[in-house]
Design a protein around this ligand. Structure first.
Ligand SMILES: Cc1ncc(COP(=O)(O)O)c(C=O)c1O
Length: 381
């Protein structure tokens, strides 16, 4: 466990994207494996619903969101997770990113220490620091598939206590996904320590070993954050949701009224339609699953260290120690020389990330094959 420097850093995936776009403008063709976003648009019926609503859907909605969307989410929890949630405890947010801001301010006071895993999604640290909270890192490693355990939470807590734990399964950048027993272990440790769990479930639906387990199936004390960005292919619509414990919902509503007023109306309409289009998302997922197999085998064949293929999301977090101990320089060279964009591990892990690169397999099968071919040439050179 380590205390972090009080400093926001650039999101390297976005820096690499910026450079890749400049190269494209100059005529280069780039394989994009840096971005954590699906290559496909949302389901056609989502676009149709928005087109139909466009002339009328111009105003704010209720701060918590349109009732149609929240009712759709109630039905989603009943169907996918077998849990009953009240529409009143759900808030539609501007992506999960806004959900984090609401969650931190609803549950904690600035200065509170919030634990996260290392490696982890870079915005966790940067958002916490930016808002005056104190991130506390709990390292996870490849030895046990990058999974966080209750014992690790308790060991970190005994060194220096924290009030909250923000945790994602499946995780970014590793794709590590806990099973029901693993999540129950985490929930139990948080309960024992009096730590508020924030469960980032944005990659739910993208579990390759079986159904995703929501923390809601195990506890009503956790804050649940989710989003339409990944499974529903709606990153740019900036729409997500949170399910709050009853004692925090009123404060969350007040925060939303003041910070964001409401989530974008058209995006809420789109999201309501997307909930009925899971078959479309399952087809996309089948594509990611095929890419996952090709990319994992291909990277291993090239000498990257990737253990077994990730269990969820659409990322391969690959060790590069055979080639370099500077992931940023490695990614810059890979982009400039081979036209393959990938994200350096330092984005996700300021301590050990120089030995890792994250590849996203959310793109097309053709992109995966071309990227592997180009990397083979790059590594031979
Ligand atoms: C783990 C995780 N949480 C949250 C987000 C933010 O997503 P959004 O704000 O689009 O819902 C991302 C985006 O990549 C992510 O990887």
């Amino acid at each position: 466990m380590s205390q972090l420097p009080n400093r926001m850093l650039p999101f390297q995936a976005m820096e690499i994207l910026k450079r890749a776009r400049q190269m494209e403008a100059a005529g280069r063709q780039i394989c994009h494996l840096e971005l954590g976003e699906p290559g496909s648009p949302p389901a056609p019926r989502v676009i149709e619903a928005v087109a139909k609503a466009l002339p009328l859907a111009q105003g704010y909605t209720n701060a918590k969101g349109m009732m149609e969307l929240r009712q759709g989410l109630v039905d989603y929890y009943a169907a996918q997770h077998g849990v009953s949630v009240a529409a009143d405890d759900i808030v539609a947010t501007m992506g999960s990113s806004a959900g984090f801001i609401l969650a931190f301010h609803a549950a904690f006071a600035p200065g509170a220490r919030i634990a996260i895993t290392r490696p982890g999604y870079p915005a966790y640290i940067n958002t916490l620091i930016g808002l005056g909270f104190v991130p506390v890192e709990i390292p996870v490693g490849p030895g046990n598939g990058w999974l966080l355990t209750g014992a690790e939470i308790e060991a970190a807590y005994s060194k220096a206590p924290f009030e909250g734990l923000l945790f994602a399964s499946p995780a970014n950048p590793t794709g590590a996904a806990v099973d029901r027993a693993g999540l129950a272990d985490i929930v139990a440790s948080c309960k024992k320590l009096g730590v508020r769990l924030i469960s980032d479930e944005i990659y739910h639906g993208l579990d390759y070993r079986g159904a995703s387990v929501s923390a809601l199936e195990l506890t009503r004390d956790a804050i649940i954050i989710n989003s339409f960005s990944k499974y529903y292919c709606m990153t740019g619509w900036r729409i997500g949701w949170m399910v709050m414990p009853e004692e925090l919902i009123r404060r969350t509503e007040i925060l939303q009224q003041n910070l964001f007023i409401s989530a974008p109306t058209l995006s809420q309409i789109a999201a309501t339609a997307a909930l009925g289009e899971r078959d479309y998302s399952e087809e996309r997922k089948a594509g990611y699953a095929a890419n996952r197999a090709v990319l994992s085998a291909g990277l291993a064949g090239l000498g990257f260290d990737i253990g077994h293929a990730s269990d969820g999301a659409f990322y391969a977090y690959a060790g590069i120690s055979r080639f370099s101990n500077d992931s940023l320089a490695f990614c810059e060279a890979l982009l400039e020389q081979a036209g393959v964009a990938a994200t350096p591990g330092v984005d996700f892990d300021r301590v050990d990330g120089h030995n890792y690169v994250r590849f996203s397999y959310a793109g097309t099968a053709e992109t995966m094959s071309l990227a592997l071919e180009r990397m083979a040439g790059f590594l031979r050179a």
